[in-house]
Design a binder for this molecule. Structure first.
Ligand code: MG
Ligand code: MG
Ligand code: MG
Length: 308
């Protein structure tokens, strides 16, 4: 019976490419694995799949896993898993986030490292098992790392990530990977024709913070000023998301990868908690957070303690 490999809900490039790269490695090691996804493919990920002629081989949508064996990549939070994850057997987790709240009944393989991208962990697994990476998969893994580390600008980026990108660029034969990455972020920045809900949920994750539900979305853009005329609309929709989902707080980060900072939008039952988290007062439920690029390293660790 095949094992399914998938990343978090609202999959980003790391989740989709990670499902592909980890499945490929497992298949080479003699374990039959199928890459799947829990949601739509983003514009950024589509750009990567197109660039490496992989669109026809993209992971299939699969949102129910009861009775299946699975590997998780790029998450270990129950809130980011299929609803019936507790009826599946988790064989392993490959990730680079805080440890989530999923647990297992049986021993598992676990590769969780505090580095910039799950695909860097997968690269290290290829090296560990001495398995060659095909050109197209190497190129896609390289793009996933450049995306997660915001072209090495994110504080989550480590030497291991830059080393992995250099080695992958040699394998795929792309020297100017920074230009490729910039083109990828331009594809990711497209907002024309997208509804407020599409924008708010494009890269959105929910967290259970000690029994309190908090949703945090992020839009990584090469220029966030294009969203200025839409901020009111985005904030009205955040209120709706908060009410519909029974959440205490919804945060959206409009991250400007050139200015290297984020405009924080807040919909919360208690704004003082968010002000305390960042040591900043909100104006019209907003604040500019200079230098903030990473949700996992610069947002979640400061918000979560407010709900202890
Ligand atoms: Mg991710
Ligand atoms: Mg990731
Ligand atoms: Mg990301």
């Amino acid at each position: 019976m095949a094992t399914y490999v998938f990343g978090h809900t609202n999959p980003d490039s790391d989740s989709i490419i990670g499902a592909i790269s980890l499945s490929y490695l497992k298949n080479q090691l003699g374990e039959e694995c199928i890459p799947t996804r829990q949601g739509d493919i983003s514009a950024e990920t589509q750009f990567i799949l197109d660039r490496f002629n992989y669109t026809d081989k993209a992971p299939e949508l699969k949102t129910s896993v009861a009775g299946e064996s699975v590997y998780l990549i790029d998450f270990s939070d129950k809130a980011q898993a299929p609803k019936d994850i507790e009826e599946a057997t988790i064989l392993g987790i490959v990730d680079h986030h805080k440890l989530g709240d999923l647990t297992t009944d049986t021993p598992l393989e676990c590769w969780i490292r505090p580095i910039g991208c799950s695909n860097t962990v997968v690269k290290q697994m290829f090296d560990f098992y001495n398995v060659e990476i095909p050109k197209d998969i190497a190129g896609m893994m390289m793009c996933a790392i450049l995306s997660d580390t915001v072209i090495f600008r994110s504080p989550t980026c480590t030497k291991e990530d830059t080393k992995a990108v250099k080695e992958l660029s040699e394998i795929c034969g792309i020297e100017d990977y920074k230009q490729l990455a910039m083109d990828m972020f331009i594809a990711k920045s497209a907002v024309e024709g997208a509804s407020a809900r599409e924008l708010n949920t494009r890269d959105y994750k929910e967290f259970d913070m000690n029994g309190v539900k908090v949703g945090i979305g992020q839009l990584e853009m090469v220029d966030i000023s294009v969203l200025e005329p839409r901020i009111e609309e985005l904030m009205a929709d955040m209120q709706k998301m908060k009410e519909e989902g029974g959440l205490h707080t919804v945060l959206i980060l409009l991250t400007d990868i050139i200015k290297e900072g984020s405009q924080l939008l807040v919909a919360s039952d208690d704004e003082s908690k968010i002000e305390a988290a960042f040591g900043k007062s909100l104006e019209n439920s907003q604040a500019w957070l200079d230098g903030v690029l990473s949700r996992k390293k610069q947002v979640v660790p400061f918000v979560q303690p407010q709900f202890k």
